[in-house]
Write a protein that binds this ligand. Structure first.
Ligand code: 6PG
Length: 251
């Protein structure tokens, strides 16, 4: 385990071990938040890596260790497609997790991707965050993130406005994303970096070059947006399998 101001890197043997550890941490954080505050607020990530985590949370034994009535689900980013579209992160989460656990529908806050524009959806989602947290800056118990081979995270991509010049908004529209689909909605660094816990799940050799650059290279946030995730008081943990961490030789 390597800890520095860019967070703590924990390397596990396989992608399955990463999913196991992430599921354990999710359940532990959910239990602690529910006991302390009666609520656990979590923002899910898109992509393929979270599927294995979701499946573990949707199955025994973990499923029944979580008080799902106290869990409030959001998305750290979303593709601007209909909720039944194959590219929808909401659809993926519904199919791999939400349909399998007793979470009230009122506790699920999808990004409004139909009936408006990306800009109006981002504004509406920011209002939802402010209303749900009762604060101008939401402080999530947990935000789950991944990275792309280009160093993006959420829908913050190299050379795009937010990584180049982080703003004061909570949620922004994203267009021309290099990872399809091109139009998205994303948390900003302001929202991500206010979280109490951020957990990156990173598996596969295709992430190895980016992960080394992110954690061991010079800070170039506009080119490696995942470097912009730097928590003030919170816990930042990078869970990686050996394939993704193979270019980091001090672990
Ligand atoms: C998305 C995610 C994106 C994802 C990474 C990793 O909408 O796809 O928000 O940031 O986490 O691209 O994706 P994989 O898990 O598929 O490698």
């Amino acid at each position: 385990m390597i800890t520095d101001d860019r967070g703590e890197l924990i390397v596990l043997p396989t992608a399955a071990a990463v999913a196991d550890e992430a599921a354990r941490r999710f359940a532990d954080l959910a239990q602690a938040a529910t006991q302390q505050r009666g609520r656990f607020t979590v923002a899910l990530s898109g992509g393929s890596t979270p599927r294995a985590l979701h499946q573990r949370l949707a199955q025994l034994p973990l499923r029944d260790t979580i008080d799902w009535a106290s869990v409030h689900i959001f998305w750290g980013d979303e593709r601007f497609v209909a909720p039944d579209n194959e590219d929808s992160s909401f659809k993926m989460a519904r199919e791999t997790l939400l349909d399998a656990v007793p979470i009230p529908a009122a506790n699920i806050f999808p990004v409004p991707t139909i009936g408006g524009t990306p800009t109006s959806a981002a504004s509406a989602y920011a209002e939802t965050l402010i209303a749900q947290f009762g604060a101008e800056t939401p402080r999530f118990d947990l935000i789950l993130l991944g990275i792309g081979p280009d160093g993006h995270t959420a829908s913050l991509f190299p050379g795009h406005p937010e990584p180049a010049a982080p703003g004061d908004q909570l949620v922004i529209p994203v267009d021309n994303a290099p990872k399809p689909p091109p139009t998205r909605i994303s948390f900003t660094y302001k929202t991500i970096n206010a979280a109490q816990n951020v957990l990156f799940l990173i598996t596969g050799a295709d992430k190895a070059k980016a992960l080394r650059a992110i954690l061991r290279g010079p800070l170039t946030i506009d080119q490696l947006p995942a470097q912009g995730v730097r928590l003030g008081q919170g816990s930042l943990i990078w869970l990686a399998d050996m394939a993704a961490a193979k270019q980091i030789n001090d672990v």
